[in-house]
Structure formats: C-alpha cells, structure tokens
Design a binder for this molecule. Structure first.
Ligand SMILES: Cc1ncc(COP(=O)(O)O)c(C=O)c1O
Length: 393
C-alpha cells in the first residue's frame, strides 16, 4: 500500500485540535445578511464585511442579472488577451473618478491587488517599510518582490521615520499601511506617514480594503477622510467588502496603472471578472452616491454597539471603525467565547494566532448598516451573559 506522504498534515491538524483552535467552516444557509441562518441556526451576524448590506441590495442584483442576460456568465480570458470587456473598462473609469485619481485597474480580489502591485513595482534593490499589522496580502507581495522588508511597530510613526531616515537617499522606498487595520479596526496614520513619504521621497501606498464605503465622502476611503488626496501614490481598495461583490483595485496615476497592466502577475495570468460582477460593482458605486443614509446607519450602529461593549467592560482595543474586537488573550478562550455566543444566537468569529498575536486572540465583531437596534441589543445581551459565564467581564 502507498504510504501517505501528507500524513504530517494530520499531525499538524491534531496539534490545532489540542490547542482548541481547530475551526470547522461555518456554512451560511441563505443570503449574507445582518440576520442570517448559519449552520441551520438563526443568528445575528456580526462576522461579515458587508458594511452597507450591498450583498443583497436590489439594484446590485438587477444589474448583475441584466449583465448575465446581456453578456453571459464569464469573460473567457485574462485581461491582456481577450478578457477585457467594455464593462471592465467602465468600472475602472468609475473607480478612478471615485478615488479622484487618473486611472484604476481591477484585480480578481483585494488580495491579488495588494500582492500583485507590491511585488511588481518593487524589486530586489528596493526597500519596503511596512506596519507590523499590515494585511497578509501586503506581506506576501513584499516577499515576492524580493525587496528588503523593514517592519515598524504598529502605528509607530516615529519608528517608521527612523527607518526611512537611515536609508540611502538614492534607494527606492515604499511606505505602506492599511487604511483600516482589519483585526483591530484602528486607522493607519496617513497624514504623518504622508509627511515622511514627502520628506524622503517614498512611494506612499494605502490598502483601503476596510475603508472604502465606510470612511470619507460617499465612502471614498481614508485618503478622502484625512484630506491627503494627491499625496498617496497607490490606493488599493476592495470590491468584496462594503461594495458587496468581489474584486480589488488599484487607483493611481496613468503610468502606475499602465505598468500594472504589463507587470502585475495576477492581472496578466488570471481570468478577469464575469461581467455580472463588474455590473454589480457599478451599481454599488451608484448606491454609494445616491443613498448616503446607508453610511449614516452604519456609523449610528457602530457607535451604539461599540459603546455597549465598552459599557459591559470588554477590552475593545483601539478601534475607530465598525470593526470592534473583543480581545480575550488565549486562542482557546476566543474560540470558546465565539462558540458560546453562537449557541446564544450571535455569530462573531473567534480569531487566533497566526491571524493575530498569540496573546491577543479575540472575537471580532463588525456591525453593518442593516442591523436593527433590536438585533444589536440582542447581541449585547448575549455578550453580557456569556462574558460573565466565562469570567471575561
Ligand atoms: C486589510 C485587507 N486588505 C486586503 C484584503 C483582501 O481583500 P479581498 O477579500 O478582496 O481579497 C482584506 C480582506 O480580507 C483585508 O482585510
């Protein structure tokens, strides 16, 4: 009989089970909504990135369905061969206008937008100066670029400045931060980082995956929120979170976008979006402009829920956004809290190492514009009860 050369994976999985951090995938039985059915259980859903509820918005559905009828279900090719449809180009024009840049290019995901961009615009002789909590796609892109990676402690602008100052003036440098940090919900220190980039001639890049649709005028993101238009050379956004569909994009000047057309490997070597996805994203941009009350609801709900968790005595860290972590320390405790909440009718995912530091495991909550006050109060009551039972508060 053939020996199983993958047996070592079983051992690794068993170790996860012993540590109490093994996760089975939870399955959504219907639509991605604020009140959802997950694993056949009706729950208040605090785990999605569906900030504005656009995953099920009627205007997005209609545009996607019309695109299926008019244009089919797939693009049939990578962008650089035969997979650039007029609707892809239209979406990129709209995204550039949304971000107030010359041009934009859409990738298959936010992940590939980050990884494909960082890995292609930097090379082995260059340096990347990166916040320690930047998203995995930035870290992977940095590794693929073969540039030297210098990591500064989270949000420590002085440390970033110290690193940059110590580098030769002639060396090419990329200074990069998340706009909103996905596990802590705090904001990148954009104005101060832009000052460093201006002073030392760094390329300035922001990953606004969790900020687009959430911060800035009509959801334009942190560049707009902080008023640093024209000072950020590379803006990444995602179409998979507040926009409600799938994809990522880079917005910047024409040369950057042209260069990515020629060198970004996910753009060159992976098929473009089905037209229905581009159509849904176009409808989402219309909704951002015409329904500003969605963002208002999102922020009202955010303030209410964050204040409720804090009043109960939970450690919610340094969040400034609709992402509010409930930090408990041990990975096993985070998973226990998440499981007990689920049994009480609240879906809030536990997150442990390696996604966050070993002693900073948490349950991460994200409210949306479409949660009702009753749903949020129900969730707070469940947090209060379970938090007390587990001795967290
Ligand atoms: C900060 C950040 N950047 C990028 C991404 C990747 O975006 P996408 O889900 O569109 O691949 C995520 C999402 O997981 C994220 O949290």
């Amino acid at each position: 009989m053939r020996r199983n050369p993958l047996a070592y994976l079983d051992a690794e999985l068993n170790a996860l089970r012993e540590q109490g951090v093994y996760r089975r995938l939870r399955v959504l039985d219907g639509e991605q909504k604020a009140h959802a059915t997950v694993d056949h259980t009706s729950v208040v859903n605090l785990s999605s990135n569906n900030y504005l509820g656009l995953t099920t918005h009627p205007r997005l559905r209609e545009r996607a369905l019309a695109a299926v009828r008019d244009l089919g279900v797939g693009s049939g090719s990578v962008r650089t061969i035969a997979g650039t449809m007029e609707i892809h180009v239209e979406l990129e024009r709209r995204l550039a206008a949304f971000k107030q840049t010359d041009a934009a290019v859409v990738f298959q995901s936010g992940f590939t937008a980050n990884a494909g961009t960082v890995s292609s615009i930097l090379g082995r002789d260059d340096v990347i100066i990166s916040d320690e909590l930047n998203h995995a796609s930035i870290i992977d892109g940095a590794r693929l670029s073969r540039a030297t990676i210098k990591v500064f402690p989270h949000a420590d602008v002085d440390a970033a400045r110290g690193i940059v100052r110590g580098l030769p003036a002639t060396q090419r440098k990329l200074l990069i931060t998340d706009g909103v940090f996905s596990m802590d919900g705090d904001l990148g220190r954009l104005p101060a980082l832009c000052d460093i980039a201006d002073e030392f001639g760094c390329v300035m890049m922001v990953d606004d995956a969790h900020a687009s649709g959430v911060f800035g005028h009509n959801g334009r993101g942190t560049v707009d929120h902080f008023g640093v238009h024209g000072r950020v050379d590379v803006q990444v956004g995602t179409l998979s979170k507040a926009i409600g569909a799938l994809g990522g994009y880079v917005a910047g000047n024409r040369a950057l976008i042209d260069f990515l057309h020629h060198r970004a490997r996910p753009f060159l070597f992976s098929t473009s979006h089905p037209p229905s996805v581009a159509a849904a994203c176009l409808a989402a941009l219309d909704v951002l402009e015409s329904e500003p009350t969605l963002m208002e609801h999102l922020w009202d709900n955010t303030r209410f829920f964050k204040a409720g968790l804090q009043a109960l005595g939970f450690n919610t860290g340094i969040s400034e956004s609709p992402i509010t972590p409930v930090i408990v320390g041990e990975g096993a405790m985070a998973m226990k809290l998440s499981d007990r909440l689920f049994a009480a009718g609240v879906f809030a995912q536990g997150i442990a190492f390696p996604t966050v530091a070993k002693d900073k495991a948490r349950v991460r909550t994200i409210v949306t514009a479409t949660h009702t006050r009753d749903e949020l109060q129900f969730a707070l009551d469940a947090f209060a009860q379970v938090g007390r039972e587990l001795g967290i508060i």
